[in-house]
Design a binder for this molecule. Structure first.
Ligand code: AMP
Ligand code: TRP
Length: 345
């Protein structure tokens, strides 16, 4: 659908968000948070949100939203998002998201949104009972990104389709309102190990907050014993020892996942890991993986607990972030209002 190249010439910027629902896990860390920090350290202008407006698209435990929002903000900080370098805020505190989402609801076509597989997964069999918000969830996501004219979006592999929709919406807005290059066509940043971390119990399913089995995921708050236990119990296969070459991972999704996690956490290549552990049993590899995981996560977990103990600090970060996010997005909304032709704009 997006056949013209982007003629956007504004500055490059990153936007990404995480929902305040459930406990964060290793997939969120490797697919998203770790990348956010790496990009920040590479000097990117980055805007990160706890996307609480998205969270209410699904039923939530009563009264839980606010504390979960602070928890996710604490996790961003614990992983190394630095509020002096990047902007961190709660989505609901900046009006641009809701405002632009309405405009985009009128730009996106039913057929585009109906194709989104995440809606089908989340709505399940009884789609008639899903909220309308769950259906337009990816339209709000496009608004999140484009309210900042973000050009790049670090996310896990599962968000690829939503990013394609964001590009289609940006392109259609630019054409419909005769504003070539007004919105950039945002690019996903999905590369690298960890873009798709799989369940520890089934190498064909992604690690997910909603899997009923706690053993399927490593939570960012798990302690060393729990991490070791979950890795020990992780599913492997009956196809023998660790392979020594990448080809040997074919048809072995569980083993490939464990090696991928090791690679993403240690920074070593899959080849080097297989050279080291090839021909050995999982009785050797799993404890080594547990050690790498614990060494990487335990400082994060400790910082996370310290930050959670200081809600006033979290709130001050979010307040400052909201002001800075508003300063970028409010002028974009004012321009959109003019382009659409609303009275008084
Ligand atoms: P969510 O928890 O759905 O709000 O996801 C937050 C971020 O984590 C998004 O960028 C997802 O793409 C990413 N993510 C979630 N699960 C995984 C996974 N199993 N592997 C890699 N990235 C993931
Ligand atoms: N939909 C994303 C997820 O489930 C969260 C999200 C909302 C997001 N708005 C975003 C991610 C904007 C990137 C950019 O993970």
């Amino acid at each position: 659908m997006t056949d013209t190249p982007a003629s956007y010439s504004g500055p490059q910027r990153i936007f990404s968000g995480i929902q305040p629902t459930g406990n964060l896990h290793l997939g969120n860390y490797l697919g998203a948070l770790k990348k956010f920090v790496d990009l920040q350290e590479d000097g990117w202008d980055a805007v990160y949100a706890v996307v609480d407006l998205h969270a209410i698209t699904m039923p939530m435990e009563k009264g839980a939203l606010l504390s979960q929002t602070r928890q996710i903000a604490a996790a961003f900080l614990a992983c190394g998002v630095d509020p002096k370098k990047s902007i961190l805020f709660a989505q609901s505190s900046v009006k641009a998201h809701v405002e632009l989402a309405w405009i985009f609801n009128c730009v996106a076509r039913m057929g585009w949104v109906e194709r989104m597989t995440q809606f089908k997964d989340k709505a399940g069999k009884d789609a008639e009972r899903a909220s309308v918000g769950l259906f337009t969830y990816p339209v709000l996501q496009a608004a999140d990104i484009l309210a900042y004219k973000a050009t790049h979006v670090p996310v896990g592999e599962d968000q690829k389709q939503h990013l394609e929709l964001s590009r289609d919406i940006a392109d259609r807005f630019n054409r419909e309102y005769d504003a070539p290059g007004f919105f950039p066509l945002p690019e996903p940043l999905i590369k690298g190990p960890g873009a798709r971390v799989m369940s520890l119990k089934d190498g064909t399913k992604k690690m997910s907050k909603s899997d009923p089995s706690e053993l399927s995921r490593i939570a960012l708050v798990d302690d060393a014993d729990m991490i070791a236990k979950k890795i020990k119990k992780a599913k492997t296969d009956l196809l023998g020892d660790m392979p020594s070459e990448v080809d040997g991972l074919e048809g072995r999704p569980e083993v490939e996942n464990l090696v991928g996690i090791y690679a993403a956490l240690s920074g070593e290549s899959v080849e080097a890991i297989l050279r080291q552990y090839g021909g050995q049993g999982f009785g050797v590899f799993k404890p080594a993986l547990a050690e790498v995981t614990v060494n990487h996560l335990s400082p994060i977990t400790q910082r996370y607990r310290e930050i959670l103990d200081d809600p006033a600090f979290i709130d001050s970060v979010l307040q400052d972030g909201a002001e800075r996010a508003d300063a970028i997005s409010a002028p974009v909304i004012a321009e959109v209002w003019k382009l659409v032709g609303f009275w008084g704009a």
